[in-house]
Design a protein around this ligand. Sequence first.
Ligand code: MN
Ligand code: MN
Length: 455
Amino acid sequence: MDLKYTRKNVYKEADGKELKNIYDFAEGYKKFLDNSKTERDASREAEKLALENGFKPFSFAEKLKAGDKRYFLNRDKNIFLIRVGKEDVSKDGIRIMVAHVDSPRLDLKPNPMYEDAGLCYLKTHYYGGIKKYQWTALPLALHGVVMLKGGKKQEICVGEDENDPIFYITDLLPHLAGEQSQKTLGKAIDGENLNAVIGALPAVGDDEEKECVKAAVLKLLNKKYGITEVDFQCSELCFVPAGKARDVGFDGALISAYGHDDKVCAYPEMKAIFDCDSPHTVVAVFADKEEVGSDGTTGMQSKVICDVIDTIANSFGANPIEVRYNSKCISADVTAGYDPAYASAFEKRNSTFMSCGAAVSKYTGARGKSSTNDASAEFMGFIRDIFDDNGVYWQTGELGAIDIGGGGTVAKYISNLGIDTVDVGVPVLSMHAPYELISKADVYSLYKACLAFCK
Ligand code: MN
Ligand code: MN
């Protein structure tokens, strides 16, 4: 018996076969990431994969039975994957896993388009917690939908294909940035300066027109997508970093990509519900709006999750209240991995480390644990036993040192429903940066953790 606890590095412990499993799993994850830049992209990708895995569309009017596999795509931005088990849902409850698929980005303003000095721009309003200076001078892609007059939905995705153009937000050259360099990091780039260049070619013969570049770009947009300027007011378009997920390091043990937070948890929970053969009823959720507070019809503060639970309960004549009280939830979200370059932001004994497995956070919050779901000792004990019994590498830590900052997840919204919930995720470096860093060992460990939880 080990009297002392030591955190283990998964790569050190793994044999050749396990190492192959880790690297193979990462290939599927990278492919998923590349197709899942926004919550719409991720939900649609999940729908595609769910159909391939034998899941069928869910209906609130349906009476479910054991063995049913269903998916509920909520307004194209939030998806519930449902696997009905043999166990009595009244006594056994539901095993719920929730990860969010929205990530920090630059949304377009409702009246985004203007021309200045021969360049055409789109104005943005940032979404989620970003360091604004990180979003200039890098290749951006445009993703989203525009509603045309009359109800046609036009999808747009430009900047991901090698032959596509990309979009670009300028920064000031260092030669002239003396004044800018004196500003604090948070103020160096103004939010109103996050305007992306989208064109520079004036319309031929339109020399007299005041905004001839803007006019020319509008003509292009109208030809390609049928949109006019006013249609931006009925759109959800955003700029995200262009390009694909890439291996990092000579050994390729890490992955850098946009949106690890929180697709690095969404992918393992989705794979787990596809791969498990569980007697329990299992639900995996891709949530929207986490980065802005989880409000709205597609966020985890919405009643929709209760509606799904109620529908499952009613199918078996069970009391939904009883079902919720006997349910258990993994709130799968990333945490801040220990970064030796910024050691003072962390407390080393209570940090999570890269490649040391799934990161369990008993509590999150700020200052005196404000606004946290603090998982009970009993539920932590339950989680420890199922992880240890199934060979899951896991570690535990806090998000940074006390009073440095803090953060929250959707855990509290689920536990507020009377469902035991704990945060289990993946440590990330450079969280919320355009390109974040994770370890292949950790995303695979979370997959094994989710499988163990479903089992
Ligand atoms: Mn997150
Ligand atoms: Mn986040």
